[in-house]
Each structure stands twice: as structure tokens, then as C-alpha cells.
Design a protein around this ligand. Structure first.
Ligand SMILES: [Zn+2]
Length: 75
């Protein structure tokens, strides 16, 4: 029972983590917050690994980005 309670307490943390990760990548934080509430840790992992890294400065950006937001180089 204790394990279940701990899991339920951690659930909103994953939702907030998703929102932060999405916002950093230029995504919609509200959408990802809701996804985090539904899928918990799964959505959190997807929010972190999705998106791509700039080959020039290694910052994370949305998959659709054509120009890096950090170093302004074409990708
Ligand atoms: Zn860059």
C-alpha cells in the first residue's frame, strides 16, 4: 500500500517535469502537463528524449526547428 501512495504522490511531479521539458524544447507546456498527468513517467521520458540536438551547440530544440534558437545556425 505504501508503494502505491508514494507513486500517486510522485505522479504530479512527472506532469510538472513534462511541462518544463516541453517548454525548454519550445513545445506546448500545457499539452505536456496533461500528457504527464495521464501517462506519468512514460510521458516524462518521451518529453526528454523527443526533440533534437543542435549539432553546433548541442542545445535541445523542437523537431521542426530550422534554425537553432541558441546559436542561430541552420540545422
Ligand atoms: Zn545551436
Amino acid at each position: 500500500m505504501e508503494y502505491l501512495t508514494t507513486g500517486l504522490t510522485a505522479w504530479p511531479v512527472f506532469a510538472v517535469g513534462c511541462a518544463f521539458a516541453a517548454e525548454k524544447r519550445g513545445g506546448n507546456s500545457l499539452t505536456w502537463f496533461i500528457l504527464g498527468l495521464i501517462f506519468g513517467p512514460l510521458a516524462f521520458i518521451v518529453a526528454i528524449v523527443s526533440g533534437k540536438r543542435c549539432p553546433h551547440c548541442l542545445s535541445i530544440m523542437p523537431k521542426e526547428a530550422k534554425v537553432c534558437a541558441s546559436c542561430r545556425k541552420d540545422v
